[in-house]
Design a protein. Structure first.
Ligand code: FAD
Length: 464
């Protein structure tokens, strides 16, 4: 049987792959997307979306406990973890169905199976239905990433979990150890801690959420501790001794190793790109540790092979993957495309309180030689935050003192994951302090703090 030919084949239907496929089809290309597990990839099925569904349940639960503060009464507050998880899985399923519909609507050929690239321009797909051979001038690698397993700390799905297990927990943690305080670790710590698990977070770096601005990390840490979490910074889990019912963690901290028992451990020590088994080595595609090396247009250096999203390296974020997907589809279709600027991609963490940032931290800006102006505004000075019962938070902005360019924005507090986009647009438009100061922000909104933080950087804040 002759191989089916396409203009563009996308391997992996996560937020990178399915978006690239849709954009390619919109531009008139004959597109196939190959997926071995779930349409929507990790993001919709095992990442962004189901975690946000879980966190919404814990947020509502947290608010129910605060009912009295709002003049309300709520007795007999409780939860059913199975039902919480069922809701999260339902949300993921609904999103997967949505992607299926969009691919169909855009006439993208969807093939469910495992893809390999036997030679340039060729793709083999292995599925239950048998093997299928395809050809295409352009192949996009969008195979994503998976949880990193450190020796001795490997997830087993029983007492030691990866994010996948933590999303469909086989039991309810009572005493939980979370290894790693990046976005994934802290979100699960926040979820299970709110549901009552006695939670310890161990972080090897000198602060939680180590990619964030130091002041934001410190603020978030205080809030986590107030909620009863134990945070151990500059600490390393060296070993896990497992039995059927418990895990003893050997934790190196403050120059000694302590042993502590937990019933559950979540290992959130990073991710590794799915670079294996595709045949990349034989094609000459360069791999650096666990990601494919690409240029600013996601080209791998091998003609007709592109890599986008998590497989192409940091930042490991769905919106970065999707944006690269659109860009590559446009490059392939011969359109003018703009490279993605990593320093303009916001990062959001949906713990309680939320954390969001874009651009350089104050320390990074200084390290790069900028003379900076820094503005800060606390949530307590904002009427809407107080009315919402969310007076704990901070908005910090970093400007280039010479040009007034907004170098970075860093926030912690309620709804900041929704607010950050205001600053992202500002950075994209290369805004300066003057534009931001002259912008009228609606009242009463949390966004007014974004204005005040800019004003504060120039000594003009009104409400502090
Ligand atoms: C718990 C968790 C929470 C997260 N929360 C957020 C968040 O809030 N916001 C955010 O921006 N990001 C979040 N992320 C990260 C986000 O999920 C990823 O950045 C995003 O999914 C990357 O998209 P992708 O298209 O590159 O890859 P993926 O989503 O990983 O998709 C790759 C797809 O390729 C398929 N595949 C792999 N190999 C093959 C093959 N050989 N043949 C066929 N198919 C193959 C896989 O089955 C998978 O479906 C989270 C991640 C996790 C784990």
């Amino acid at each position: 049987m002759a191989a089916k030919n396409f203009d563009m084949i996308v391997i992996g239907a996560g937020p990178g792959g399915y978006v690239a496929a849709i954009r390619g089809a919109q531009l008139g290309l004959n597109v196939a997307v190959i997926e071995r597990e779930n349409l929507g990839g990790i993001c919709l099925n095992w990442g962004c979306i189901p975690t946000k569904a879980l966190l919404r349940s814990s947020e509502v639960f947290h608010l129910m406990h605060r009912a009295k503060e709002f003049g309300l009464s709520a007795d007999g507050i409780g939860y059913d973890l199975d039902a919480v998880v069922k809701r999260s899985r339902g949300v993921a399923k609904q999103m997967e169905g949505g992607v299926k519909h969009l691919l169909k609507k855009n006439k993208v050929t969807v093939i469910m199976g495992e893809a390999t690239i036997p030679a340039k321009g060729k793709v083999s797909v292995k599925s239950e239905a048998g093997n299928e051979e395809l050809t295409a001038k352009n192949i996009i690698l969008a195979t994503g990433a998976r949880a990193r397993n450190l020796p001795g700390l490997e997830a087993d799905g029983e007492r030691v979990w990866s994010y996948r297990h933590a999303l469909v927990p086989p039991h309810q943690p009572k005493k939980l150890l979370v290894i790693g305080s990046g976005a994934i670790g802290i979100e699960f710590a926040s979820f299970y801690n709110t549901l009552g698990a006695d939670t310890t977070v161990v972080e090897v770096m000198d602060r939680v959420l180590p990619v964030e601005d130091a002041e934001i990390s410190a603020f978030a840490k205080k809030q986590f501790e107030k909620q009863g979490m134990k945070i151990m910074e500059k600490s390393v889990v060296k070993q896990l001794d497992r039995t059927k019912t418990k895990v003893t963690a050997h934790i190196e901290t403050g120059g000694k190793v302590i042993k502590e028992e937990f019933d559950t451990v979540i290992s959130a020590v990073g991710i590794v790109g799915n670079v294996e088994g595709l045949g990349l080595e034989g094609l000459g595609v360069k791999i650096d540790r666990t990601h494919v090396v690409t240029d600013e247009f996601c080209r791998t250096g091998v003609d007709g092979i592109y890599a986008i999203g998590d497989i192409a390296g940091a930042p490991w974020l769905a919106h970065k993957a999707s944006h690269e997907g659109v860009m590559v589809a446009e490059v392939i279709a011969g359109k003018h495309a703009h490279p993605v600027k990593p320093e303009s991609i916001a990062g959001c963490t949906y713990c309680y309180p939320q954390v969001a940032s874009v651009g350089y931290t104050e320390a990074k800006a200084k390290e790069l030689g900028y003379d900076v102006k820094v503005g800060k505004f606390p949530f307590i000075g904002n009427g809407k935050a107080v009315a919402l019962g969310e007076p704990e938070g901070l908005v910090k902005t970093v400007f280039d003192a010479k040009t007034g360019e907004l170098l970075g924005a860093h926030m912690v507090g309620a709804e900041v994951t929704e607010l950050i986009q205001g600053y992202v647009v500002g950075r994209q438009l290369e805004t300066t302090e003057e534009d931001l100061m002259n912008t009228v922000f609606p009242h009463p909104t949390l966004s007014e703090m974004m204005h005040e933080s800019v004003l504060a950087a120039y000594g003009k804040a009104i409400h502090i």
